[in-house]
Structures are given as C-alpha cells and as structure tokens.
Design a binder for this molecule. Structure first.
Ligand SMILES: Cc1cc2nc3c(=O)[nH]c(=O)nc-3n(C[C@H](O)[C@H](O)[C@H](O)COP(=O)(O)O)c2cc1C
Length: 192
C-alpha cells in the first residue's frame, strides 16, 4: 500500500553541524530513566548518575549496557569501578532523577534512601527494579564510553510504574487511576 504524502519519509534531512536537530530526533525515542551507581574502589565515595542509555544486551550471559559521557564529573570514578548497579526509577522519582542529573550539586547522596548491594553499590529503596552488576567490557563510543555489565543479582517491583523520558521531558505511562502494572508470573528474590 502506498503511503500518503504526509506519511512519507522523503524529507530526510542531511545531518549538518547543528546537533540540536540530532538531539530532537533522538528524543522521539521514549526511554525509561535509570540511576547508575557505583562505589569508588579507592576513596569509597558513592557515585550516581542519571542515565537513559540503559538497555538489555544478552540473556545468556545476562548482559546490559549504558553509556556515560566523558565530560561527566563521575566519569573517571566509573572507569575505576569493577561493579555497578542500575536502578530503574519510579514515576515518583523525578526529583531524584534531576538531582543526579545535576552537573553542579556536590552532595548528591545526602538524604537519599538507599542500601548497599552485596556488590557494594547503592540501591535506591524505592526503585522499580535494580540490577547489581560486575564490569564485563567497555567500548569507545565517541564522546561517550559504552559500559557492558553482567547482571549478578536483581529485584523488581512490577506493580510500581516507571519514570519515562520523551522529547526532553518526563512522562508517565498512560494508566487509569489505581491501575497496577500486570504481575509477573515468577517471584523475584531480593539479592537471591
Ligand atoms: C533523563 C536523563 C537521562 C540522561 N542520560 C544520560 C546518559 O545516558 N549518559 C550520560 O552520560 N548522561 C546522561 N544524562 C546526563 C547526566 O545525568 C548529567 O550530565 C549529570 O550531570 C552527570 O553527573 P556528574 O557530572 O556529577 O557525573 C542524562 C540526564 C537526564 C536528565
């Protein structure tokens, strides 16, 4: 079937030097929001950065990825870590997302409810899901580095709705009041 003129993608724009165009187009891809955490092996300082670049890679072995900008203050800290945790933020955690997306705030962990995983990484008490991981590989990715991590432990609270990021702003899933996400057909063990 032929696409109507307004539905055709013939107006593909050559990517020029204006990166706002690329950002806007990439922003059409809705994502969840995560807090990637770690603990500096030298100083013991807790690390945390808001990231939407999280994705699954492989089930066997169980691998996930996220990418971090080289310009981040916490970048060298994460490079030094051999363990990370990925916290999937809940719809109610916008403020935490903003907090850990701040490029100036110094005491990011002050007053933030969390516990340390067996791997030593901060896990947010109210996260929708969390993955406790060990470093698996790193790949160059232009001005970012892609971190691949092996999942060792996890938990999920499927009844909690996740925070969504779309076109530069937070969204929540379109659900009816009081509606819960479907239960999963297996039980998660916390730190099993
Ligand atoms: C919703 C959202 C998603 C983000 N995703 C990423 C990401 O995937 N990778 C990244 O390097 N920065 C990402 N950022 C930006 C960092 O959170 C931000 O640069 C933060 O200041 C880094 O903290 P730091 O400089 O103290 O390390 C994201 C920000 C927001 C608000």
């Amino acid at each position: 079937m032929r696409a109507r003129p307004e539905e055709r993608a013939t107006a593909l724009t050559a990517l020029g030097s204006d990166r706002r165009v690329l950002r806007e187009a990439l922003g059409c891809f809705a994502t969840g929001v995560t807090l990637i955490t770690g603990r500096h092996p030298g100083s013991g300082a807790l690390l945390g950065v808001t990231a939407s670049s999280f994705n699954s890679v492989s089930l066997d072995p169980p691998l996930v990825l996220f990418s971090l900008g080289r310009h981040l203050r916490s970048f060298t800290g994460f490079l030094a870590c051999d363990r990370y945790a990925v916290n999937v933020l809940a719809a109610s955690q916008r403020e935490l997302s903003d907090r850990f997306a701040s490029a100036t705030l110094t005491e990011k962990w002050s007053g933030v409810p969390h516990e340390l995983s067996p791997g030593g990484c901060p896990i947010l008490t109210a996260a929708v899901a969390a993955f406790d991981c060990r470093a698996w590989a790193r790949h160059e990715g232009g001005d970012h580095v892609i971190f691949i991590a092996e999942v060792e432990r996890l938990f999920a609270r499927p009844a909690h709705h996740p925070l969504v990021f779309y076109r530069g702003d937070y969204r929540s899933l379109d659900t009816r009041p009081g509606e819960h996400a479907p239960e999963l057909d297996f039980n998660f063990q916390i730190w099993g």
